[in-house]
Design a binder for this molecule. Sequence first.
Ligand code: CUA
Length: 334
Amino acid sequence: MFFGLALFPEQASTFAPEVDSLFFYLLGVSVFFTVLIYALVLFFAIKYKRKSDDDQPKAIHGNNLLEIIWTIIPFCIVMTFFIWGASLFYRMNTPPDDALEIFVVGKQWMWKLQHPEGMREINDLHIPVGQPIRLTMTSEDVIHSFYVPAFRIKMDVVPGKYTTAWFEATKPGKYHLFCAEYCGTSHSEMIGTIYAMPPHEYQEWLDERSPGATKMSSGGEALFTNMRCHTCHNANSGALGPNLEGIYGSEIKLSNGKTVKADEAYIRESILKPKAKIVQGYSPLMPSYKAQLSEEEILEIINYLRGLEASSPTHPREGGDLLKDNKQSDNSHE
Ligand code: CUA
């Protein structure tokens, strides 16, 4: 703070101090070399000023030692930028397994947030302090960007795909949530508040609301039934579509011989563009549900499928088997 003017937002997440340290390190190195270079320019200009018309400098034909020194020193300095930056970037993009999940849908001009327990919030998000939070985000229309300066996180929210970000709040408080990507007339009003609460307060907040909320997975299950997904996707051996029990996170063998991981993006694509990736052994019969499901409903269905345990552990979805089978099917094409 300088004269009441906040130059930097509060540090309220586990990443905030490190992001700031890296920033100050970069700034410090830049300032140091800027001052050094300008001081030397000035110093040499005075020291080596031409004193008379026949004042000729001595010719120098290279100096290997000097060349090596001024290559290796800057190399080592920029490598510290790279290693520190890359390690921070990697950690900021790798949510821990025990992270609490929040689903985010951006739309002109609001943030829609949902907890797996079913609570929905608009432009407000309540989270516990000291607990990693993983955000799975998408947009209903244009590109937005989820930006919480106090947590030092900013991630694009893109229509047609899922992006993720994570953070762990360290201090209870109210923090600004901004949209950081120009998204139309009311972009500047697409703002919200993150309420970081001590865990017991968060639990109280949750208990107050959860009785009235439908768990995301139950909402997904109802959609799965209402949309008649189960008529084709069931455990019957003669089913028209693959059985979806235990599918989440597994490797799926496709009719083109490739394998994909059944993650959020794959499931979403299979609902909206069923013909994009056909599972081996099945025909491309499924119609698109593009016009019938909102982004939020798709997230609910994904949440439901994630909770479905595989009923038969012997089902051949192991990576090793798949690779072997793939080789065979590749050969059969040739
Ligand atoms: Cu949404 Cu700017």
